[in-house]
Design a protein around this ligand. Sequence first.
Ligand SMILES: Cc1cc2nc3c(=O)[nH]c(=O)nc-3n(C[C@H](O)[C@H](O)[C@H](O)COP(=O)(O)OP(=O)(O)OC[C@H]3O[C@@H](n4cnc5c(N)ncnc54)[C@H](O)[C@@H]3O)c2cc1C
Length: 262
Amino acid sequence: MIYDCLIVGAGPSGLSAAVQLARYGHKIALFERRKIGGLLLNANRVENYLGYQDCTGKELVKHFKKNLTTSVIYESVLEIIQEKMGFTLRTDKKNYHGKTVLVATGTEPIKLPDQNVHYDLVGFPLHSKKKTVLILGGGDVGFDYALQLQRRGFKPTIWTHRKTTCLPILKARAKAARIPFKENVTLSTLEDLPFDHILVAIGRVSSKPKIHVQKKAEGLYFAGDVTHPALRQVQIAAAEGLQAALAIHNYLTNAAHPRKRK
Ligand SMILES: Cc1cc2nc3c(=O)[nH]c(=O)nc-3n(C[C@H](O)[C@H](O)[C@H](O)COP(=O)(O)OP(=O)(O)OC[C@H]3O[C@@H](n4cnc5c(N)ncnc54)[C@H](O)[C@@H]3O)c2cc1C
């Protein structure tokens, strides 16, 4: 079977594209290696997504899922290969073929050599009675994690190697919640620190499968955080997914009726 579009990643950008391409009636396959919702599942309070005043990332994802009419294929995409006509996508289970591909794979955390640390809250114990957590990183994500963990019963502490860079509102909330944070901390090792858990939030970089294409890869699209890992916002990711869907629809329609091409 040849799909009209193979979408890699079911975060906000991939979901948004899937919703719109399905509305056009295109045959799509949506791949996800972890959970629907992507990075957004980690967000404590989303206050800047229009229409929703104050909800958790998980709640927002629940709303997104209601718009989705496509089922998700839970496979990890390893490679995207350009063919004469379209693309082959190789997952950890099998190969799929499509006329177009949308890469909406988001970001992955910058990692430290230590194995015994967490990088996000998916898979983190749900609740705790006063277990201590050291959060490394003084950006929005570090502070968001701290506030969320405190709500779950943990005792978070934030350390950052320079000045904190988070939104003032998050810093004020952490102060009000009496979450300790220390700036300009230099660590040579993470071993023997007196904390039950260590959570690292020191930045993120683009995450992509291997892509084998010629210089001009017509039919290959990108959307969301993968294209700008430092500018991580749900509304931008969702808008870019929609924008990519419109471009893909245009491409597919022109390919089906080449004489109409400008
Ligand atoms: C703690 C925290 C709080 C946040 N708070 C806010 C906020 O208040 N407001 C806001 O606007 N933004 C917030 N964000 C940012 C927001 O979550 C992201 O900008 C948004 O999720 C990006 O969407 P995306 O679809 O581009 O990527 P992602 O959400 O990263 O989704 C990418 C998806 O692709 C999947 N994937 C990756 N590679 C593969 C592969 N090879 N095969 C199959 N699947 C793959 C991933 O598993 C993931 O599900 C927050 C982020 C964090 C971490």
